[in-house]
Design a binder for this molecule. Structure first.
Ligand code: PLP
Length: 394
């Protein structure tokens, strides 16, 4: 008789966003005259830029003509995208070969799929709080997970410790949910630690486009030694509004060699067997992001969100509330006032300020007294929400 993957029984139900949604729906039903401002969403709200749309239209026309029609494409991505990404990395001093870059349908899939090339016997280190996909995908595979405590004391940026006996290390910077960003010295400590241990770092750079401080690393490959220990996974979702369009990329340097095996070769084998590549029309749109025109246009949206983040950060400064993020990140992660539990604060914020956010408890035990707000809404609502929060708190 068929046996299922028993590991799925070890997953915890994900109540976070369904509970948040239900609470907001109930509150608005009982208070139809109140305007609720939603700042819990992790999705973007601004449309794709013109350069992307123009390229996609052109690609659609190419698909209608037998002379330019495209069938199956290379699973690892068209050369025109891989070369654009290579040039992008080069623009901040990281030299890669085009065949070290794999175009994907987004970071979430790659974060999950990359695990295919590693043994289930490996131990995994994830920060707490964390983007839940790192934890759940490893539970599904049956790996042992240990946690690195991120908290107020370490600014939600845990550093290596000899007690972390792990083979796979997840790092997300700028971080979701905390918005905290590692500096070069801190990342160097992780790189040295991984190289010494023979561990691999899975570096999630999904929010790199929000970094404007030139001293902060956008890529782990800006750190010496990273090419022998790190895989970088990135996404165009937040960079260019591709959450519904789907495109990302993963970098697997050829110098990553474990067990006498090049990880680049394993990943290529995995992708060419199990993945069909990203649609030509989408990749055409993605390539536009890396043109001069495209870069300018996506920057306008990033700047728009960053202006929201600044409004939020300024408000928390004014309230004297401890927070991380908001500066090189679209997230603000703050300490609930009066030592409140994050779900209690969720209710208070909804009922008294009519603002909805995300309770930190949903991201791990260390989030139980913290709260996440996002900068992906519109500017006027963000300003109004911050006024309401200030009125509530001050
Ligand atoms: N990594 C982090 C840290 C995220 O927050 C998200 C999306 O919210 C992703 C990856 C997923 O990105 P994608 O839309 O490319 O799957």
């Amino acid at each position: 008789m068929l046996k299922i993957n028993e590991n799925y029984k070890n997953l915890e139900e994900s109540y976070l966003f369904s509970t948040v949604g239900r609470k907001i729906a109930e509150y608005s039903q009982n208070n139809p005259d109140k305007k609720i401002i939603r700042m819990g969403i992790g999705d973007v709200t601004r449309p794709l830029c013109k350069a992307v749309i123009d390229n996609m239209h052109k690609a659609v026309d190419e698909m209608a003509d037998s002379a330019t029609f495209k069938g199956y494409g290379p699973e690892q991505g068209y050369d025109f995208v891989r070369n654009s990404l290579k040039a992008y990395y080069s623009s901040f001093g990281v030299e890669l070969e085009a065949d070290e870059i794999f175009v994907s349908d987004g970071a979430k899939s790659d974060i999950a799929n990359i695990l295919d090339i590693f043994s289930v016997d490996n131990t995994v280190l994830v920060p707490d709080p964390v983007y839940p996909v790192y934890v759940d995908t490893n539970i599904m595979a049956g790996r042992k997970i240990i946690f690195a405590d991120a908290n107020e004391q370490n600014g939600f940026l845990p550093l290596p410790d000899e007690k972390y006996d792990a083979d796979i290390i997840y790092i997300c910077s700028p971080n979701n949910p905390t918005g905290a960003v590692y500096n070069k010295d801190q990342l160097k400590q992780w790189v040295d630690f991984a190289n010494k241990k023979g561990a691999v770092i899975l570096f999630d750079a999904a929010y790199e486009a929000f970094i404007s401080d030139p001293e902060l690393p956008r890529s782990i490959y800006q750190i010496e030694g990273a090419k022998t220990c790190a895989i970088e996974i990135c996404s165009l979702s937040k960079t260019a509004g591709f959450t519904g369009t789907r495109c990302g990329y993963t970098v697997v340097p050829k110098s990553l060699v474990f067990d006498n095996t090049m990880l680049n070769k394993l990943w290529l084998r995995r992708q060419t067997t199990k993945f069909n590549g990203v649609a030509y029309i989408i990749q055409s749109g993605a390539a536009a992001i890396f043109t001069e025109e495209g870069r300018k246009q996506i920057q306008e949206s990033i700047d728009y969100y960053k202006r929201n983040a600044k409004v939020m950060a300024d408000a928390f400064d004014e309230m004297g509330i401890w927070y991380t993020g908001g500066k090189n990140s679209p997230y603000i992660w703050f300490k609930c006032p009066d030592d409140m539990d994050s779900w209690d604060f969720f209710d208070k914020l909804l009922e008294e300020a009519n603002v909805a956010g995300t309770p930190g408890a949903g991201f791990g035990k260390n989030g139980s007294k913290f709260f996440r707000l996002t900068a992906f809404g519109n500017y006027e609502n963000t300003v109004e929400a911050m006024e309401r929060i200030k009125n509530m708190v001050l």
